[in-house]
Design a protein around this ligand. Sequence first.
Ligand SMILES: Nc1nc2c(ncn2[C@@H]2O[C@H](COP(=O)(O)OP(=O)(O)OP(=O)(O)O)[C@@H](O)[C@H]2O)c(=O)[nH]1
Length: 367
Amino acid sequence: MTDTETQSRSFLSAQETIQMSRLLSGLSAMAVLFLTGIGAKAWYADHTFHAWVLWLFNIPVIANVLWYTWSRNQQVLVRGLLITVGVLFTYLIASGGEGNTGPLWFYVFPPLLFFLTGLKAGTAILLFCYLLAVLVFQFPDLPGVTASYTADFKIRFFATLTFVSIFCFVLEAGRLHARNRLVELAQLHEQAARTDDLTQLANRRDMQARLNKELSRYQRSGHHFSIVLIDLDLFKRINDDFGHDAGDEVLRQFSALVQEVIRQSDVAARWGGEEFLLLLPDTTLLQALSLAERLRSEVAVTEFYHQGRQLPVTISAGVCSISSAGSVNELLKQADIQLYNAKEQGRNRIAPRVRTQTAATPNPSSA
Ligand SMILES: Nc1nc2c(ncn2[C@@H]2O[C@H](COP(=O)(O)OP(=O)(O)OP(=O)(O)O)[C@@H](O)[C@H]2O)c(=O)[nH]1
């Protein structure tokens, strides 16, 4: 998974966690309200036992929320709520609640289940609940079962519950599909905002962000890094002599070559028209110079073609290490000065010059 994908997913899952927490807390508060209110109504209707049972169900609901407040474990909150609701609904079906209306609460289950547990687990739990309801309906002599329902009621109950369940399943499947599509689009959007269209390298904006990040890492833990500012030599001539498409082709081919030469931890970006910037983490000035030189000689010996015509491509580059600059701007400025020096010294070369560097091949076109 790329950085972008991870960011999109973690952003969405953080949003979902917050949304889910709010929903669960709201549902728990409503449950307490209903249990207390309906319990009170049952008490005044002289259904004392039923009232006490409903009030007692407040205990696991409140304990569950308190546990969540302490542990922040959402899974436990979901499971706790589902178990409590499951046991409560079983009691309501078995006892009939007040005036045999207990089973009506069952309709709350399908949307809640699918949303909280997903389609697969939701379907499995729902089937299990159906089974429980069938047992209670078919075997009224089972211990704990005090209600008896007419055949008409049972048929209508299962028919309507099945309809509601299927409807909730379809709605949840649609919601999940839309959510996944949203994640995909967010990833594509983020990727596009960070990528250069022509070369598929990082763009300037992305590189700027990475440079700032790398500087923070350096200031925090002293990890050195270097940059290489590259410019394709006499690029205007390529455009003028071979056409703009040929120029574009060179930019693409050069970018592919760069990707082959640098390490996986290095980042290459298109910095401007025919300017590229390499960010080399954990790399000293000498190591960066050596890489830049390798890239320069690789470009010099590579044959660039467009529509069967060979194109003259060389590069010049300025190298700078963070140890000799206090900020990203300073770093870029120094690399730019070095690039200017390389151009001034005849192109197809790297600056600054150090003794370890092999002599650059003179560029005939710059003479
Ligand atoms: N084909 C193509 N050309 C581009 C693109 N972006 C910038 N250019 C061209 O790159 C050329 C850069 O030319 P200059 O800045 O004069 O530099 P140069 O010819 O490379 O000469 P030196 O840098 O001095 O070696 C310009 O002609 C731009 O139009 C692009 O995306 N595609």
